[in-house]
Design a protein around this ligand. Structure first.
Ligand SMILES: *Cc1c(COP(=O)(O)O)cnc(C)c1O
Length: 581
């Protein structure tokens, strides 16, 4: 097969021994030269405000000496940073950065564009649109229909989805309330909240509802307590607001969202997980019924593609099927996928790279193309520097977050984004890092997808070698992606004893400069079935409500290298054994 036999995508990284230093330095140099030349060429006849007799005086040269010393000092301080580039770092969701991403970031940083408005980002805003289109294609959206923007991270991208789902539901409820108050018919808040844009347009025409009426019935624009009282009066039942359905494997950003958007944490309903630690479809269906019986619509259903704890992938396809059934019966529910970790795994789809995934994961990732909106985190598996998240919607109409008059209007096509994003000023560096990655590595299955496949293969290799090398290792199954979790247990042992041993081993690693791993604790409240299955596999006894696990995140591209594997694997097992005793 092609060039893949000769080199692989790991060559796109600087390397733990700065192997690509000469190339990298040359590219940085040429970025700087271009930047210098750009300044020199523009307004060339203007006088220089800092001529040599100002810059090169003895006094200022002494100042420069100080700056030079302090830069060096900072550099020395930074050598104490966590060495996240090395394959010995398998702790959290960060590793080596790719060279294209660093170059895109740096080249744009020098121009300091603010993507909040085209007035201050003439070029960078266009780069952002193109980069969003690349990510849209990667997750299977039609890039001509999709829309989105870069955020400071996954948390903000998740917030963007709640903001928009709430905007949409507020429109539907306002329409329902106006129609009920106009006709004197009782309001069904659950039916109204899920009506969909088609019914919305029909009702608007049939009852000639004016925009001013809608505005006065909006709990986003008006006083939410007064509107709630009106909804309650029209419905003949107290209005308790919508609920947000999020699987119990959720990231804590969802609790923050419920809190910040004024839903109240009570409105945050965790959906039970199955024995694989994934969202359970029967539990989801039951939760929707329960909400509706309580007179509460569902603001959004969230599924997670790659959980933060163990990398599990929820059955996004089955959630889509379930919500499709609700939709045909007139209940349109917003579906968001939190793919902050696993979204980039979509790069593998459609080619042999995807064969490293189990059927379950393949189907789930392929179904992201069907959902309303998705969160990605380029600063995780995109190998892009912080801070860079992304929020995308499948269809432009889902991007709207304001304006009663014309919810379909693509407002972001105008000069300004600041109305469309939770954040105000936004750096263009992350968009450029993705843009340059997409133009070079490409987000296709043969290149970026190859890196992703390598991370999953590495997790598999490590997992098997670990089990073969140490009898106490109990790997958490299934591992849907590239995160490996394991506990340390003797056959038939009590969970509390195993937890103590695993926690002690983690303490050992925390004080050990050789390797970095992380720890996670799963609670019975959310992970009961998974914990039972895990402990059952070694004939253990569940005498406590949580499971302590060591967690290894395989995103470092160098673990696919056979020499690295051969050199580091035995060392890791040896360190683990010291930390057990
Ligand atoms: C990391 C992560 C987030 C939050 O992203 P930040 O970039 O840290 O804000 C949300 N959801 C999941 C599943 C994540 O892994």
């Amino acid at each position: 097969m092609s060039t893949r036999n000769i080199w692989n995508e790991s060559a796109y990284f600087l390397g733990p021994k700065s192997e690509n230093a000469a190339w990298f330095r040359a590219e940085f140099q040429s970025i700087l030269d271009q930047w210098f030349d750009w300044r020199r060429a523009l307004f060339g006849s203007d006088p220089s405000p800092i001529p040599p007799d100002m810059r090169l005086t003895a006094g200022f040269l002494a100042e420069r000496e100080l700056i030079s010393q302090k830069v060096h000092e900072l550099g020395v301080l930074m050598t104490g940073e966590v060495p996240k580039y090395t394959p010995r770092y398998i702790g959290h969701m960060v590793s080596e950065l790719s060279i294209p991403a660093l170059l895109g970031h740096f080249a744009t940083l020098l121009h300091n564009p603010n993507n909040t408005s085209r007035d201050v980002s003439r070029v960078s805003g266009v780069v952002e649109d193109e980069a969003i289109a690349m990510l849209a294609s990667m997750v299977g959206y039609d890039p001509s229909q999709a829309q989105g923007h870069f955020t400071s991270g996954g948390t903000l991208a998740n917030f963007e989805s709640v903001w928009r789902a709430r905007y949409r539901m507020d429109h539907f409820l306002a329409m329902g309330l106006c129609v009920a108050e106009t006709t004197g018919q009782p309001l069904d808040p659950v039916g109204a909240a899920h009506m969909g844009w088609e019914a919305y347009a029909q009702l608007s025409a049939a009852h000639s509802i004016a925009e001013s009426d809608l505005r006065s019935a909006s709990s986003v624009l008006g006083n939410p307590f007064e509107i709630a009282a009106r909804i309650g009066a029209a419905a003949g039942r107290e209005w308790r607001g919508p609920v947000l359905l999020v699987p119990g494997n959720k990231h804590f950003s969802w609790l923050k969202a419920a809190n910040v958007f004024g839903l109240g944490e009570e409105a945050f309903w965790p959906i039970a997980l199955d024995a694989q630690g994934r969202l359970s479809i029967p539990a989801l269906r039951a939760a929707i019924h329960r909400a509706h019986e309580a007179g509460r619509p569902v603001l959004a259903v969230v599924s997670v593609a790659g959980t933060t704890e163990a990398g599990e992938i929820d059955p996004v396809d089955a959630v889509c099927d379930e919500l499709e059934e609700w939709r045909v019966s007139g209940v349109d529910i917003w579906h968001h996928v939190d793919a902050a970790w696993g979204g980039f795994l979509c790069a593998m789809l459609g080619d042999e790279a995807e064969s490293v995934l189990e059927t379950h994961g393949r189907r789930a990732l392929a179904a992201i193309r069907r959902v309303n909106s998705v969160t990605l985190d380029p600063h995780k598996l995109g190998y892009v520097p912080y801070a860079c998240g992304a929020f995308l919607v499948r269809d432009k109409s889902n991007y709207a977050n304001s304006a009663f008059a014309a919810p379909y209007i693509d407002r972001a096509a105008s000069n300004d984004r600041w109305m469309m994003t939770l954040e105000g000023s936004r750096s263009g560096v992350g968009a450029a890092a993705i843009w340059l990655t997409g133009k070079t590595l490409t987000f296709g299955p043969d290149r970026f997808g190859g890196i992703m496949a390598g991370t999953i293969e590495s997790r598999r290799f490590f997992s098997e070698a670990l089990e073969a090398g140490e009898d106490l290792v109990r790997v958490l199954e299934p591992a849907d992606s590239n995160i490996l979790c394991f506990s340390l247990a003797r056959h038939g042992e009590r969970l509390s004893d195993s937890n103590a041993r695993t926690a002690k081993a983690f303490q050992g690693f925390a004080a050990d400069p050789e390797f970095s791993v992380s720890k996670t604790v799963l609670s019975r409240e959310n992970y009961g079935e998974l914990i039972n299955a895990h402990v059952g596999r070694y004939g253990g006894e569940c005498d406590t409500d949580s499971l302590v696990l060591l967690r290894c995140v395989f995103m470092n591209p160098f673990w696919r290298n056979k020499k690295i594997r051969a050199a580091l694997m035995p060392q890791f097992i040896a360190r683990l054994q010291t930390h057990i005793d």
